[in-house]
Ligand binder design. Structure first.
Ligand code: BES
Ligand code: MN
Ligand code: ZN
Length: 500
Protein backbone atom coordinates (compact mmCIF):
# COMPACT_ATOMS: atom_id res chain seq x y z
CA UNK A 1 0.00 0.00 0.00
CA UNK A 2 1.42 3.33 -1.04
CA UNK A 3 0.92 5.95 1.66
CA UNK A 4 0.86 9.49 0.29
CA UNK A 5 0.46 12.91 1.79
CA UNK A 6 -0.96 15.46 -0.60
CA UNK A 7 -1.87 19.15 -0.65
CA UNK A 8 -4.98 18.22 -2.67
CA UNK A 9 -8.45 18.60 -1.20
CA UNK A 10 -11.32 16.15 -1.64
CA UNK A 11 -12.45 18.40 -4.49
CA UNK A 12 -9.40 17.34 -6.48
CA UNK A 13 -8.66 13.75 -5.49
CA UNK A 14 -9.13 11.33 -8.34
CA UNK A 15 -9.49 7.90 -6.79
CA UNK A 16 -12.13 5.41 -5.76
CA UNK A 17 -13.22 7.02 -2.51
CA UNK A 18 -12.64 9.83 -0.02
CA UNK A 19 -13.19 9.11 3.68
CA UNK A 20 -14.56 12.03 5.67
CA UNK A 21 -15.40 12.04 9.39
CA UNK A 22 -18.79 12.96 10.85
CA UNK A 23 -19.51 13.67 14.50
CA UNK A 24 -22.58 12.82 16.52
CA UNK A 25 -24.88 15.67 17.49
CA UNK A 26 -23.61 18.27 15.04
CA UNK A 27 -22.58 16.14 12.10
CA UNK A 28 -22.62 18.87 9.49
CA UNK A 29 -19.51 20.81 10.53
CA UNK A 30 -16.00 21.40 9.22
CA UNK A 31 -14.89 19.40 6.20
CA UNK A 32 -18.18 17.55 6.08
CA UNK A 33 -20.02 20.84 5.55
CA UNK A 34 -17.73 21.52 2.58
CA UNK A 35 -18.46 18.05 1.23
CA UNK A 36 -22.18 18.72 1.66
CA UNK A 37 -21.79 21.93 -0.31
CA UNK A 38 -20.01 20.12 -3.14
CA UNK A 39 -22.76 17.49 -3.16
CA UNK A 40 -25.56 20.06 -3.27
CA UNK A 41 -26.88 19.32 0.20
CA UNK A 42 -26.94 15.51 -0.04
CA UNK A 43 -25.13 14.96 3.27
CA UNK A 44 -27.50 17.32 5.08
CA UNK A 45 -30.51 15.44 3.72
CA UNK A 46 -29.07 12.10 4.85
CA UNK A 47 -28.46 13.53 8.30
CA UNK A 48 -32.07 14.78 8.36
CA UNK A 49 -33.40 11.37 7.40
CA UNK A 50 -31.23 9.65 10.04
CA UNK A 51 -29.08 7.73 7.59
CA UNK A 52 -25.92 9.52 8.72
CA UNK A 53 -25.66 9.85 12.48
CA UNK A 54 -21.95 10.26 13.16
CA UNK A 55 -21.91 7.31 15.55
CA UNK A 56 -18.47 5.85 16.16
CA UNK A 57 -17.50 3.36 13.46
CA UNK A 58 -20.72 3.77 11.43
CA UNK A 59 -19.80 4.26 7.77
CA UNK A 60 -22.13 5.45 5.02
CA UNK A 61 -20.96 5.12 1.43
CA UNK A 62 -22.26 7.76 -0.98
CA UNK A 63 -21.88 7.31 -4.71
CA UNK A 64 -21.25 10.73 -6.21
CA UNK A 65 -20.85 10.38 -9.98
CA UNK A 66 -20.20 13.69 -11.69
CA UNK A 67 -20.10 15.65 -8.43
CA UNK A 68 -16.52 14.94 -7.39
CA UNK A 69 -13.53 13.44 -9.23
CA UNK A 70 -13.60 10.53 -6.74
CA UNK A 71 -16.35 7.99 -7.31
CA UNK A 72 -17.47 7.73 -3.68
CA UNK A 73 -17.50 9.56 -0.39
CA UNK A 74 -17.44 7.41 2.73
CA UNK A 75 -18.77 9.25 5.75
CA UNK A 76 -17.18 7.69 8.84
CA UNK A 77 -18.60 8.28 12.33
CA UNK A 78 -16.30 9.68 15.02
CA UNK A 79 -18.86 9.79 17.86
CA UNK A 80 -19.52 12.81 20.09
CA UNK A 81 -17.56 15.83 18.88
CA UNK A 82 -16.36 16.68 22.40
CA UNK A 83 -14.63 13.35 22.95
CA UNK A 84 -12.79 12.81 19.67
CA UNK A 85 -9.34 11.36 20.22
CA UNK A 86 -6.79 9.23 18.44
CA UNK A 87 -8.50 5.99 19.52
CA UNK A 88 -11.59 6.99 17.59
CA UNK A 89 -9.69 8.26 14.58
CA UNK A 90 -7.79 4.96 14.31
CA UNK A 91 -10.98 2.95 14.58
CA UNK A 92 -12.90 5.11 12.08
CA UNK A 93 -10.12 4.80 9.51
CA UNK A 94 -9.92 1.08 10.16
CA UNK A 95 -13.62 0.49 9.55
CA UNK A 96 -13.75 2.70 6.48
CA UNK A 97 -10.62 1.21 4.89
CA UNK A 98 -11.88 -2.31 5.43
CA UNK A 99 -15.36 -1.62 4.12
CA UNK A 100 -14.09 0.19 1.01
CA UNK A 101 -11.52 -2.49 0.29
CA UNK A 102 -14.24 -5.14 0.55
CA UNK A 103 -16.34 -3.16 -1.94
CA UNK A 104 -13.55 -3.22 -4.50
CA UNK A 105 -11.97 0.21 -3.92
CA UNK A 106 -8.21 0.34 -4.50
CA UNK A 107 -7.32 4.03 -4.21
CA UNK A 108 -8.62 5.81 -1.14
CA UNK A 109 -8.03 9.26 0.35
CA UNK A 110 -9.04 10.74 3.67
CA UNK A 111 -9.40 13.92 5.67
CA UNK A 112 -9.70 12.14 9.03
CA UNK A 113 -6.30 13.39 10.23
CA UNK A 114 -7.70 16.92 9.98
CA UNK A 115 -10.62 15.94 12.18
CA UNK A 116 -8.78 14.41 15.12
CA UNK A 117 -9.92 17.04 17.61
CA UNK A 118 -8.49 20.10 19.30
CA UNK A 119 -4.90 20.06 20.44
CA UNK A 120 -3.93 16.91 18.53
CA UNK A 121 -0.69 17.42 16.60
CA UNK A 122 -0.88 16.78 12.86
CA UNK A 123 1.89 14.19 12.95
CA UNK A 124 0.09 12.22 15.68
CA UNK A 125 -3.16 12.35 13.74
CA UNK A 126 -1.50 11.29 10.48
CA UNK A 127 0.16 8.39 12.19
CA UNK A 128 -3.06 7.27 13.87
CA UNK A 129 -4.91 7.31 10.54
CA UNK A 130 -2.27 5.18 8.84
CA UNK A 131 -2.07 2.76 11.77
CA UNK A 132 -5.86 2.48 11.78
CA UNK A 133 -5.95 1.66 8.08
CA UNK A 134 -3.41 -1.15 8.44
CA UNK A 135 -5.20 -2.59 11.43
CA UNK A 136 -8.59 -2.43 9.75
CA UNK A 137 -7.31 -4.02 6.55
CA UNK A 138 -5.78 -7.04 8.27
CA UNK A 139 -7.72 -9.87 6.63
CA UNK A 140 -7.50 -12.87 8.98
CA UNK A 141 -8.08 -16.30 7.40
CA UNK A 142 -4.33 -17.01 7.55
CA UNK A 143 -4.62 -20.59 6.32
CA UNK A 144 -7.46 -20.30 3.80
CA UNK A 145 -6.49 -21.51 0.32
CA UNK A 146 -8.48 -18.75 -1.38
CA UNK A 147 -8.16 -15.16 -0.24
CA UNK A 148 -11.45 -13.32 -0.43
CA UNK A 149 -9.97 -9.82 -0.66
CA UNK A 150 -6.59 -8.29 -1.38
CA UNK A 151 -4.83 -7.52 1.89
CA UNK A 152 -4.14 -3.89 1.19
CA UNK A 153 -5.31 -0.94 -0.83
CA UNK A 154 -3.09 0.30 -3.65
CA UNK A 155 -2.99 3.77 -2.21
CA UNK A 156 -3.98 5.66 0.90
CA UNK A 157 -3.72 9.40 0.46
CA UNK A 158 -3.86 11.92 3.31
CA UNK A 159 -5.38 15.08 1.90
CA UNK A 160 -4.85 18.75 2.69
CA UNK A 161 -1.24 18.56 3.85
CA UNK A 162 0.29 21.96 3.15
CA UNK A 163 3.76 22.25 1.64
CA UNK A 164 5.37 23.41 4.91
CA UNK A 165 3.94 20.40 6.77
CA UNK A 166 4.81 17.93 4.07
CA UNK A 167 8.10 16.58 5.39
CA UNK A 168 6.79 16.22 8.91
CA UNK A 169 3.60 14.54 7.78
CA UNK A 170 5.47 12.14 5.45
CA UNK A 171 7.67 11.09 8.35
CA UNK A 172 4.61 10.47 10.48
CA UNK A 173 2.94 8.52 7.68
CA UNK A 174 6.03 6.35 7.32
CA UNK A 175 6.08 5.71 11.07
CA UNK A 176 2.39 4.84 10.87
CA UNK A 177 3.13 2.30 8.16
CA UNK A 178 5.97 0.69 10.10
CA UNK A 179 3.90 0.52 13.28
CA UNK A 180 0.77 -0.69 11.48
CA UNK A 181 2.72 -3.40 9.69
CA UNK A 182 4.39 -4.42 12.94
CA UNK A 183 1.01 -4.77 14.65
CA UNK A 184 -0.27 -6.95 11.82
CA UNK A 185 2.93 -8.98 11.85
CA UNK A 186 2.37 -9.76 15.53
CA UNK A 187 -1.25 -10.66 14.79
CA UNK A 188 -0.23 -13.05 12.03
CA UNK A 189 2.33 -14.81 14.23
CA UNK A 190 -0.31 -15.33 16.90
CA UNK A 191 -3.07 -16.39 14.51
CA UNK A 192 -0.95 -18.92 12.64
CA UNK A 193 -1.52 -22.40 14.05
CA UNK A 194 0.75 -23.83 16.72
CA UNK A 195 1.95 -26.64 14.45
CA UNK A 196 3.38 -23.93 12.20
CA UNK A 197 4.61 -21.50 14.81
CA UNK A 198 6.74 -23.84 16.89
CA UNK A 199 9.59 -22.44 19.01
CA UNK A 200 12.12 -23.13 16.26
CA UNK A 201 9.90 -21.55 13.59
CA UNK A 202 9.39 -18.51 15.78
CA UNK A 203 13.17 -18.29 16.03
CA UNK A 204 13.42 -18.45 12.23
CA UNK A 205 10.92 -15.63 11.99
CA UNK A 206 13.09 -13.63 14.38
CA UNK A 207 16.13 -14.17 12.19
CA UNK A 208 14.18 -12.91 9.17
CA UNK A 209 12.83 -9.93 11.07
CA UNK A 210 16.37 -9.15 12.16
CA UNK A 211 17.61 -9.15 8.58
CA UNK A 212 14.81 -6.85 7.52
CA UNK A 213 15.32 -4.37 10.34
CA UNK A 214 19.08 -4.48 10.88
CA UNK A 215 18.95 -6.25 14.25
CA UNK A 216 21.48 -8.61 15.73
CA UNK A 217 19.80 -11.91 16.43
CA UNK A 218 21.05 -14.75 18.56
CA UNK A 219 19.19 -18.04 18.97
CA UNK A 220 20.00 -20.28 21.92
CA UNK A 221 19.19 -23.98 21.75
CA UNK A 222 18.17 -26.32 24.59
CA UNK A 223 21.75 -27.32 25.48
CA UNK A 224 22.81 -23.70 25.79
CA UNK A 225 19.71 -22.77 27.77
CA UNK A 226 20.42 -25.54 30.23
CA UNK A 227 24.14 -24.71 30.44
CA UNK A 228 23.28 -21.13 31.37
CA UNK A 229 21.37 -22.44 34.39
CA UNK A 230 17.84 -21.62 33.38
CA UNK A 231 16.26 -24.37 35.44
CA UNK A 232 12.77 -22.86 35.35
CA UNK A 233 12.65 -22.47 31.57
CA UNK A 234 14.14 -25.94 31.09
CA UNK A 235 11.50 -27.46 33.38
CA UNK A 236 8.63 -26.04 31.34
CA UNK A 237 10.18 -27.24 28.08
CA UNK A 238 10.66 -30.82 29.30
CA UNK A 239 7.13 -31.99 28.54
CA UNK A 240 7.42 -31.35 24.82
CA UNK A 241 9.45 -33.01 22.06
CA UNK A 242 9.60 -29.70 20.20
CA UNK A 243 12.96 -28.18 21.09
CA UNK A 244 12.77 -24.85 22.92
CA UNK A 245 14.51 -21.67 21.82
CA UNK A 246 15.71 -18.54 23.55
CA UNK A 247 15.50 -15.70 21.05
CA UNK A 248 17.65 -12.63 21.66
CA UNK A 249 17.29 -9.54 19.45
CA UNK A 250 19.44 -6.44 19.68
CA UNK A 251 18.88 -3.01 18.24
CA UNK A 252 21.76 -0.61 18.73
CA UNK A 253 20.78 3.01 19.05
CA UNK A 254 23.49 5.60 19.23
CA UNK A 255 25.65 6.21 22.30
CA UNK A 256 25.65 4.50 25.65
CA UNK A 257 22.32 5.48 27.13
CA UNK A 258 19.74 3.21 28.70
CA UNK A 259 19.29 -0.36 27.52
CA UNK A 260 15.62 -1.09 27.25
CA UNK A 261 14.89 -4.82 27.45
CA UNK A 262 11.59 -6.24 26.22
CA UNK A 263 10.88 -9.74 27.45
CA UNK A 264 7.98 -11.58 25.80
CA UNK A 265 6.25 -14.79 26.84
CA UNK A 266 6.66 -17.21 23.96
CA UNK A 267 4.49 -20.22 24.79
CA UNK A 268 3.71 -21.41 21.29
CA UNK A 269 1.11 -23.68 22.87
CA UNK A 270 -0.03 -23.93 26.47
CA UNK A 271 -1.93 -27.14 27.24
CA UNK A 272 -1.36 -26.57 30.94
CA UNK A 273 1.08 -29.50 31.07
CA UNK A 274 0.38 -32.13 33.75
CA UNK A 275 -2.02 -29.62 35.34
CA UNK A 276 -3.84 -29.92 32.05
CA UNK A 277 -6.46 -27.41 30.96
CA UNK A 278 -10.05 -28.34 30.06
CA UNK A 279 -10.27 -29.18 26.36
CA UNK A 280 -13.02 -26.61 25.68
CA UNK A 281 -11.41 -23.64 23.90
CA UNK A 282 -7.95 -25.12 24.37
CA UNK A 283 -7.21 -24.28 20.74
CA UNK A 284 -7.05 -20.60 21.70
CA UNK A 285 -3.93 -21.35 23.75
CA UNK A 286 -1.87 -20.80 20.63
CA UNK A 287 -2.24 -17.16 21.69
CA UNK A 288 0.18 -17.76 24.53
CA UNK A 289 3.10 -16.43 22.50
CA UNK A 290 1.37 -13.08 21.96
CA UNK A 291 3.80 -11.32 24.31
CA UNK A 292 6.72 -12.79 22.38
CA UNK A 293 5.11 -11.75 19.09
CA UNK A 294 4.67 -8.20 20.42
CA UNK A 295 8.34 -8.08 21.45
CA UNK A 296 9.49 -9.41 18.09
CA UNK A 297 7.24 -7.06 16.10
CA UNK A 298 8.06 -4.01 18.23
CA UNK A 299 11.80 -4.63 18.08
CA UNK A 300 11.55 -5.04 14.31
CA UNK A 301 9.72 -1.72 14.06
CA UNK A 302 12.23 0.01 16.33
CA UNK A 303 15.01 -1.18 14.03
CA UNK A 304 13.14 0.08 10.96
CA UNK A 305 12.50 3.40 12.66
CA UNK A 306 16.19 3.53 13.64
CA UNK A 307 15.32 4.85 17.08
CA UNK A 308 18.22 6.24 19.05
CA UNK A 309 17.95 3.87 21.99
CA UNK A 310 19.44 0.46 22.70
CA UNK A 311 16.77 -2.21 22.74
CA UNK A 312 17.08 -5.86 23.67
CA UNK A 313 14.30 -8.31 22.84
CA UNK A 314 14.31 -11.57 24.78
CA UNK A 315 11.77 -14.26 23.95
CA UNK A 316 11.81 -17.62 25.71
CA UNK A 317 9.91 -19.93 23.36
CA UNK A 318 8.57 -23.38 24.21
CA UNK A 319 5.47 -25.52 24.30
CA UNK A 320 3.87 -26.57 27.58
CA UNK A 321 2.82 -30.21 27.13
CA UNK A 322 2.32 -33.18 29.44
CA UNK A 323 4.93 -35.53 27.92
CA UNK A 324 6.54 -38.44 29.78
CA UNK A 325 9.43 -36.30 30.96
CA UNK A 326 7.24 -33.31 31.81
CA UNK A 327 7.78 -31.34 35.00
CA UNK A 328 5.26 -32.06 37.72
CA UNK A 329 3.46 -30.38 40.59
CA UNK A 330 5.74 -30.84 43.59
CA UNK A 331 8.96 -30.47 41.61
CA UNK A 332 11.40 -27.85 42.81
CA UNK A 333 13.45 -26.06 40.16
CA UNK A 334 16.27 -23.52 40.38
CA UNK A 335 16.06 -20.37 38.29
CA UNK A 336 18.97 -18.54 36.68
CA UNK A 337 19.22 -16.08 39.56
CA UNK A 338 19.61 -18.96 42.02
CA UNK A 339 16.16 -18.88 43.57
CA UNK A 340 14.33 -22.17 44.09
CA UNK A 341 10.73 -22.53 42.99
CA UNK A 342 8.19 -25.09 44.14
CA UNK A 343 5.88 -26.04 41.30
CA UNK A 344 2.25 -26.09 42.42
CA UNK A 345 0.68 -25.94 38.98
CA UNK A 346 2.43 -26.69 35.71
CA UNK A 347 -0.12 -24.35 34.15
CA UNK A 348 1.57 -21.36 35.78
CA UNK A 349 4.39 -21.84 33.28
CA UNK A 350 4.65 -18.35 31.80
CA UNK A 351 6.10 -16.85 34.95
CA UNK A 352 8.71 -19.63 35.04
CA UNK A 353 10.13 -19.01 31.59
CA UNK A 354 9.90 -15.25 32.14
CA UNK A 355 11.75 -15.54 35.45
CA UNK A 356 14.79 -16.88 33.63
CA UNK A 357 14.42 -14.54 30.67
CA UNK A 358 14.20 -11.48 32.93
CA UNK A 359 17.27 -12.55 34.88
CA UNK A 360 19.08 -13.16 31.60
CA UNK A 361 18.15 -9.74 30.22
CA UNK A 362 19.79 -8.23 33.31
CA UNK A 363 22.93 -10.27 32.63
CA UNK A 364 22.93 -8.83 29.11
CA UNK A 365 23.00 -5.31 30.52
CA UNK A 366 19.37 -4.21 30.62
CA UNK A 367 18.79 -0.98 32.53
CA UNK A 368 15.00 -1.10 32.11
CA UNK A 369 12.96 -4.30 31.93
CA UNK A 370 9.51 -4.54 30.40
CA UNK A 371 7.84 -7.91 30.10
CA UNK A 372 4.72 -8.59 28.07
CA UNK A 373 2.77 -11.77 28.67
CA UNK A 374 -0.58 -13.50 28.42
CA UNK A 375 0.10 -14.41 32.01
CA UNK A 376 -3.12 -14.90 33.94
CA UNK A 377 -6.79 -15.68 33.50
CA UNK A 378 -7.22 -13.51 36.60
CA UNK A 379 -6.21 -10.48 34.55
CA UNK A 380 -9.27 -11.12 32.37
CA UNK A 381 -11.43 -11.33 35.48
CA UNK A 382 -10.05 -7.98 36.67
CA UNK A 383 -10.01 -5.91 33.48
CA UNK A 384 -11.89 -7.95 30.89
CA UNK A 385 -10.88 -7.78 27.25
CA UNK A 386 -10.63 -4.01 27.33
CA UNK A 387 -7.46 -3.18 29.21
CA UNK A 388 -4.09 -4.73 29.93
CA UNK A 389 -2.78 -4.76 33.51
CA UNK A 390 0.49 -3.01 34.30
CA UNK A 391 2.57 -3.63 37.42
CA UNK A 392 6.13 -2.86 38.37
CA UNK A 393 8.76 -1.91 40.92
CA UNK A 394 9.47 1.53 39.46
CA UNK A 395 6.66 4.06 39.39
CA UNK A 396 8.31 6.28 36.78
CA UNK A 397 8.67 3.33 34.42
CA UNK A 398 5.12 2.11 35.06
CA UNK A 399 3.85 5.61 34.34
CA UNK A 400 5.91 5.75 31.16
CA UNK A 401 4.29 2.48 30.06
CA UNK A 402 0.79 3.77 30.84
CA UNK A 403 1.56 6.94 28.94
CA UNK A 404 2.94 5.02 25.98
CA UNK A 405 -0.19 2.86 25.99
CA UNK A 406 -2.38 5.93 25.92
CA UNK A 407 -0.62 7.42 22.90
CA UNK A 408 -0.51 4.04 21.16
CA UNK A 409 -4.26 3.52 21.58
CA UNK A 410 -3.96 0.58 23.95
CA UNK A 411 -5.90 0.71 27.20
CA UNK A 412 -3.84 -0.15 30.27
CA UNK A 413 -4.45 0.05 33.99
CA UNK A 414 -2.09 -0.24 36.91
CA UNK A 415 -2.50 -2.91 39.61
CA UNK A 416 -0.70 -2.64 42.95
CA UNK A 417 2.10 -4.91 44.15
CA UNK A 418 1.39 -4.31 47.84
CA UNK A 419 3.66 -6.32 50.17
CA UNK A 420 0.59 -7.82 51.87
CA UNK A 421 0.06 -10.05 48.82
CA UNK A 422 3.53 -11.56 48.91
CA UNK A 423 2.90 -14.26 51.58
CA UNK A 424 0.54 -15.97 49.11
CA UNK A 425 3.67 -17.12 47.29
CA UNK A 426 5.50 -18.47 50.36
CA UNK A 427 6.58 -22.10 50.00
CA UNK A 428 7.46 -24.49 52.83
CA UNK A 429 10.15 -26.20 50.85
CA UNK A 430 11.56 -23.62 48.43
CA UNK A 431 12.17 -19.87 48.16
CA UNK A 432 8.85 -19.31 46.43
CA UNK A 433 6.01 -21.27 44.85
CA UNK A 434 4.67 -20.62 41.38
CA UNK A 435 1.00 -20.12 42.30
CA UNK A 436 -0.50 -17.74 44.83
CA UNK A 437 -4.08 -19.00 44.97
CA UNK A 438 -7.22 -17.55 43.47
CA UNK A 439 -7.19 -14.18 45.17
CA UNK A 440 -5.49 -11.38 43.24
CA UNK A 441 -4.11 -13.81 40.67
CA UNK A 442 -2.83 -11.17 38.26
CA UNK A 443 -1.00 -9.44 41.10
CA UNK A 444 0.62 -12.57 42.50
CA UNK A 445 1.78 -13.32 38.94
CA UNK A 446 3.46 -9.92 38.91
CA UNK A 447 4.89 -10.42 42.40
CA UNK A 448 6.38 -13.73 41.31
CA UNK A 449 8.18 -12.06 38.41
CA UNK A 450 9.47 -9.29 40.68
CA UNK A 451 11.63 -11.86 42.47
CA UNK A 452 13.75 -12.19 39.33
CA UNK A 453 14.44 -8.58 38.40
CA UNK A 454 16.62 -7.61 41.36
CA UNK A 455 16.95 -3.85 41.68
CA UNK A 456 16.53 -3.14 37.97
CA UNK A 457 13.57 -0.95 37.04
CA UNK A 458 10.86 -3.26 35.76
CA UNK A 459 7.30 -3.12 34.47
CA UNK A 460 5.07 -6.08 33.64
CA UNK A 461 2.21 -5.92 31.15
CA UNK A 462 -0.37 -8.71 31.40
CA UNK A 463 -2.15 -8.89 28.03
CA UNK A 464 -4.16 -12.07 28.72
CA UNK A 465 -7.43 -10.19 28.10
CA UNK A 466 -6.38 -7.94 25.24
CA UNK A 467 -4.28 -10.24 23.05
CA UNK A 468 -7.30 -11.89 21.48
CA UNK A 469 -10.66 -10.66 20.26
CA UNK A 470 -13.45 -13.25 20.27
CA UNK A 471 -15.55 -11.47 17.69
CA UNK A 472 -15.27 -9.50 14.51
CA UNK A 473 -15.40 -5.80 15.33
CA UNK A 474 -16.00 -3.02 12.85
CA UNK A 475 -12.34 -1.96 13.05
CA UNK A 476 -10.67 -5.35 13.38
CA UNK A 477 -11.30 -8.97 12.55
CA UNK A 478 -11.64 -11.67 15.16
CA UNK A 479 -8.43 -13.19 16.48
CA UNK A 480 -5.10 -11.79 17.55
CA UNK A 481 -4.96 -8.04 18.17
CA UNK A 482 -1.21 -7.40 18.29
CA UNK A 483 -1.62 -6.15 21.87
CA UNK A 484 1.51 -4.64 23.36
CA UNK A 485 3.29 -4.04 20.05
CA UNK A 486 2.41 -0.36 19.70
CA UNK A 487 2.91 0.40 23.38
CA UNK A 488 6.44 -1.02 23.32
CA UNK A 489 7.29 1.05 20.25
CA UNK A 490 5.84 4.19 21.83
CA UNK A 491 7.81 3.51 25.01
CA UNK A 492 11.06 3.17 23.08
CA UNK A 493 10.27 6.42 21.26
CA UNK A 494 9.78 8.14 24.61
CA UNK A 495 13.02 6.84 26.04
CA UNK A 496 14.87 7.68 22.80
CA UNK A 497 13.41 11.17 23.18
CA UNK A 498 15.01 11.51 26.60
CA UNK A 499 12.13 10.60 28.91
CA UNK A 500 13.91 8.63 31.71
N1 BES B 1 -1.64 -18.75 29.41
C1 BES B 1 -2.37 -18.82 30.62
C2 BES B 1 -3.15 -17.55 30.94
C3 BES B 1 -4.27 -17.20 29.99
C4 BES B 1 -5.54 -17.67 30.23
C5 BES B 1 -4.04 -16.38 28.92
C6 BES B 1 -6.57 -17.33 29.36
C7 BES B 1 -5.06 -16.04 28.06
C8 BES B 1 -6.32 -16.51 28.28
C9 BES B 1 -1.42 -19.08 31.77
O1 BES B 1 -0.30 -19.84 31.47
C10 BES B 1 -2.17 -19.83 32.80
O2 BES B 1 -2.56 -20.92 32.54
N2 BES B 1 -2.36 -19.21 33.96
C11 BES B 1 -3.03 -19.81 35.04
C12 BES B 1 -2.25 -19.48 36.27
C13 BES B 1 -2.74 -20.19 37.50
C14 BES B 1 -2.47 -21.68 37.38
C15 BES B 1 -2.02 -19.60 38.68
C16 BES B 1 -4.43 -19.21 35.11
O3 BES B 1 -4.59 -18.02 34.87
O4 BES B 1 -5.35 -19.96 35.40
MN1 MN C 1 -0.65 -21.91 31.59
ZN1 ZN D 1 0.36 -19.78 29.58
Amino acid sequence: MKIQVSPESFLQYQGDAVVVGATEGVPLAGVLAEVDHALAGLVGRLIQSGEIRGKQSEVTILHVPGKLPAARVAVAGLGEAAGIDLFRVRAAMGVAARLLRNRGCRRVATTLHEQAGEGVRTDQAVRAVVEGAYMGLYPGGECKSQKEFPEELEELCLLGVAEQEREHASGAARAGRIVGEATNYARRLVNLPPNEVTPSRLAEAAVEAGERAGLEVEILEPGQIEALGMGAFVAVARGSDEPSRLIVLRHRGEGDGPVLAFVGKGLTFDSGGISIKPSDKMETMKLDMAGGAAVLAATRAIGELKLGVDVLGVIPATENLPGGRAYKPGDVVRALNGKTIEIISTDAEGRLILADALAYARQLGATHLIDVATLTGACIVALGHVAAAVMGNDTALVEAVLDAGESAGERMWRLPLFPEYRPQLDSNIADIKNVGGRAAGAITGGLFLREFVGDTGWAHIDIAGTAWSDKDEPHQVEGATGAGTRTLIALAERIAGGVM
